[in-house]
Design a protein around this ligand. Structure first.
Ligand SMILES: Cc1cc2nc3c(=O)[nH]c(=O)nc-3n(C[C@H](O)[C@H](O)[C@H](O)COP(=O)(O)O)c2cc1C
Length: 321
């Protein structure tokens, strides 16, 4: 799969996830194989664009290219300005968010609400593609609701506006994250456009990835929630798609080392006080995958000092070896 000067085969991507795909998480995913990991969405609102929060989201460290930044917004001039800004900050690919289902986002006509206003979606995409020299991609859902599965139409609009890759989450906005993702609409989009199409939704194993690729004819897949507490999964999927052999889950020891490596990166990035608090969600996702982990989480989540957390976690993880 080629997007501008970047190529990836097999094409395995990690979904942009607000509050999750920060630099420490992306680096930890990269430890397990060559995949693309999209950063957290950045608001194009000028009041938020140059904030510390956005600066943190656009921090790339030494991570490999392409560095993918997603923009959220509905005002074309703001989107153009934000696109220039993140390009200047070093983004290699700019993704436009037309998939976020959150009420507070859709109320401001951002995210998946743009799937109800294709002329505005077209204007935004055209504007961003015309403003930056890096490739622009688009992420969307299958439509607003089951009566309006207009993703193939938006995909055609995006392709003619200059978008270089489309990712589709196989759910409508109305579904949120409920029910199961459907892949028929993704298959339809694959035959509607010539640019690469990435299938997204409920892919949580190498075998599921292969079957979704087979069914949709998509050029690649994107993993979201399957990688929570399992940053090794995207690399494992990539290895399976490349060789036909599933390397399987890492050993318990390797998983434990991953938790510590991620924790260290997280604390270095956020500082101890904020970092311990914001790592809690990762800790829960990791521990849920170990027997007895949910019970162990409660006391560990109360610790507010690194050495106590590291020693508590070591004691628990050693018991599971
Ligand atoms: C915690 C979380 C945060 C998310 N944040 C974003 C986001 O910022 N931008 C976006 O386009 N999608 C976001 N999503 C949606 C995912 O990118 C993905 O499309 C969705 O989770 C479906 O894939 P999955 O079934 O593999 O999780 C988020 C999902 C989760 C669970």
């Amino acid at each position: 799969m080629n997007v501008g000067a970047f190529s990836l085969s097999p094409a395995v991507m990690v979904a942009p996830m607000a509050g999750v795909t920060d630099l420490p998480f992306r680096e930890t995913v990269h430890d397990f194989g060559r995949v693309w990991v999209e950063g957290e969405m950045v608001s194009a609102n000028p009041d938020l664009l140059e904030s510390n929060e956005s600066e943190r989201k656009i921090a790339f460290g030494d991570e490999p290219s392409p560095r993918i930044v997603q923009l959220l917004g509905t005002v074309p001039a703001w989107m153009n300005r934000a696109a220039s800004f993140v390009e200047e900050c070093g983004a290699d690919i700019i993704d436009i968010n037309m998939g976020c289902p959150a009420k507070k986002i859709c109320k401001t006509d951002c995210g998946s609400a743009l799937m109800k206003n294709l002329p505005l979606a077209d204007e935004i995409i055209r504007g961003v593609c015309g403003t930056v020299s890096v490739p622009v991609t688009l992420k969307m859902r299958t439509g607003w609701d089951s009566d309006h599965l207009n993703a193939p139409e938006l995909a055609r609009i995006a392709e003619s506006a200059g978008v270089r890759l489309i990712t589709v989450h196989g759910r409508t906005r109305e579904q949120g994250y409920s029910g199961e993702a459907e892949y028929r609409t993704i298959r339809e989009i694959r035959s509607a456009v010539r640019i690469p199409v990435i299938a997204n939704g409920d892919i949580d194993s190498p075998q599921k990835a292969a079957s979704v690729l087979d069914f949709t004819g998509a050029d690649g897949i994107m993993v979201g929630r399957g990688a929570l507490g399992a940053p090794w999964l995207p690399g494992r999927i990539s290895a399976y798609l490349e060789t036909g052999v599933d390397p399987g889950e890492p050993s318990v020891q390797e998983k434990a080392e991953t938790v510590f490596r991620h924790l260290k990166r997280h604390l270095d990035f956020y500082g101890e006080k904020n970092g311990i608090r914001s790592f809690r969600k990762h800790l829960l996702w990791y521990l849920e995958r170990f027997p007895g982990g949910t019970e162990a989480f409660r006391p560990l989540s109360r610790l507010s000092n690194t050495s106590e957390l590291v020693s508590g976690l070591s004691i628990f993880l050693k018991k599971t070896f």
